[in-house]
Design a protein around this ligand. Sequence first.
Ligand SMILES: C[S@@+](CC[C@H](N)C(=O)[O-])C[C@H]1O[C@@H](n2cnc3c(N)ncnc32)[C@H](O)[C@@H]1O
Length: 171
Amino acid sequence: MFDELAPTWETRIGPHHVAALSLALAELMPPARALDVGTGTGVAAQTVARRFTGAQVVGVDLAPAMAAQAKALLPAELASRVRFEVADASELPFDDGAFELVTLANMIPFFDELARVTAPAGAIVFSFSRGAETPIHVPAERLRRELRRRGFTLFADFSAGPSTALLARRR
Ligand SMILES: C[S@@+](CC[C@H](N)C(=O)[O-])C[C@H]1O[C@@H](n2cnc3c(N)ncnc32)[C@H](O)[C@@H]1O
């Protein structure tokens, strides 16, 4: 389905798409390596790269057309630090603890993989462009419950217009 949506995905993106995500990012120390899971056309990956100008950013998506569109839309000034790959969020092709920051925008969370690839002192940000009205939405209580089971202890909520985000850290 997302392969078919790829060419027109950005017409669905409103002004608040990553507003709450951006608020959450403002709370973090700069990561060296960041991963955006279910990146689509790469909006959140670009947001992370612009916020953290020293970070290497990878965006992954299961749909090849989305990854291709993300590459096509990547501005030249980010090309040396941002790359996109086709990969399955349920089986990420990265080492344990590979990323200090993992982001998801409007994406189904595969909790075991997220916890595995996040560095021991790392952070995950879950964001939803239209809060509970987002077609792919996971309530913050469920996110917290699943993450606590995997060692995350610090949480913070953000909202901006209709968008919401949850920041989770291990310590
Ligand atoms: C609702 S879209 C969000 C795209 C982007 N994060 C955004 O907010 O604009 C969900 C994305 O997750 C991708 N996706 C779905 N299941 C996936 C999986 N198992 N692994 C990786 N990506 C997946 C889809 O192809 C789609 O691009």
